[in-house]
Design a protein around this ligand. Sequence first.
Ligand SMILES: Cc1cc2nc3c(=O)[nH]c(=O)nc-3n(C[C@H](O)[C@H](O)[C@H](O)COP(=O)(O)OP(=O)(O)OC[C@H]3O[C@@H](n4cnc5c(N)ncnc54)[C@H](O)[C@@H]3O)c2cc1C
Length: 430
Amino acid sequence: MAIASRTVKDTRNAAPRRGEPHDLLRALPAPVPIDCVILGGGAAGLWTLDELVRSGRSAMLLEANELGRGQTVAAQGIIHGGFKYTLRGLLTSSASNIAAMPTVWRACLAGERPPELEGTRIRAHACHLWQTRSLVSAIGMIGARAGLRVTPAPLDRDSRPPELRDCPGTVARIDEQVIDPVSLLHDLSGRHRERILRIDARSGLELRCEGPGRVRTISLINPDSGDVLDLAPAAVVFAAGVGNAGLREMAGLDPQTMQRRPLHMTMVRGELPYLNGHCVDGARTRVTITSALDHRERTVWQIGGQLAEDGVSMDAPMLVERAAEELDAVLPGVDLHDAEWATYRVDRAEAATTGGLRPDDAQVVGPSGGNVLTVWPTKLALVPRLAELILAQLPEADPARRICGPIGADFPRPMVALAPWDAAEQWVRR
Ligand SMILES: Cc1cc2nc3c(=O)[nH]c(=O)nc-3n(C[C@H](O)[C@H](O)[C@H](O)COP(=O)(O)OP(=O)(O)OC[C@H]3O[C@@H](n4cnc5c(N)ncnc54)[C@H](O)[C@@H]3O)c2cc1C
């Protein structure tokens, strides 16, 4: 068990002021009993918090930085239905687990099922798929063969977006929506502000454990006032992305249960077509491009796919050159002369797998004798499924743990993290 140092005041043990009852007579505030405490306010933590509250459980979420900092704000926002995982023509277990997700998200985004996400911006209702060679023209068939619910529909030349009109191979549309992750974070956190606290995870958080993964109390030091708040949770959910490894160590659990898979993403902004989709050659996605508008209404492309995997070993100038060549090859008609370029690095955090491959599903590890669940959604699209898996493993609401009145009302509240294009410090022209 790691005990974080306490250098700020603990008001429970402060000397009594004149007129106050003596320490021995004054009742120390007992830890607040609560059904669940979540650490980490990305998409996974916030969605789970919403589910817990709707299920009648008492819950708080503790965030160490800005909400969604790490993966959620860096994500391209595609609500995958599994097509990417069937490029070899097989229904892998990844594809079958994710197949239902577009329907669930669509209903939430339309306000037809909880959590109602009418405040979450939809950047596109569908993605396009295209090829640079005419050799493999079976794109439209692959998803159908693999039994997916959302499958690509080939487009004739006139129905294609102008920049894909002259592609030599099949161009298809797939009904995978693209959402704006920053607005999702605002949407989910805005309705639970009183339950979300900003903490200093390095020196203001202490997990007191009775054994590995058995948290008895969580002590929080208010970063502004130095006051201490103790929570006595029935269950704890670590939903801190890459931060899960450190939290597991604090709780006496094995941090090696997590793997990181790095990416080096490219961003391009300027007079660009608003394009969302994947250039697929054979069984690999050469690039995945998603479009957003920045605060000055300029189109920004985020570019992932194989390029972002290959870019890990490159520095930023090298990746920009490589990205420009790749875009020239996959979108020959698009003029990027005046475009500005930037890159960012980010690690995907997942449950460890043999060989370091992407897990097939959302992952929940624990509690095996303790009361801690460590969770990773694997994909943003899988967050609803993850929340369902978490709730199935948590104890029911207990009236003895019902919260009466605000907890930690004087704690600071975390902001939502900036989108990568708003956070980027340097944009370059080639
Ligand atoms: C570049 C990129 C593109 C992606 N694109 C897609 C896509 O198009 N579609 C898709 O389905 N998936 C996509 N993903 C995957 C998706 O982004 C992630 O699976 C998902 O966002 C993970 O959410 P999370 O809440 O688990 O983690 P995170 O978003 O990383 O959130 C973790 C939170 O925990 C906080 N935290 C960290 N340490 C602590 C601590 N000690 N105590 C308290 N809080 C802490 C962090 O500040 C953060 O707010 C993409 C991922 C990347 C990296």
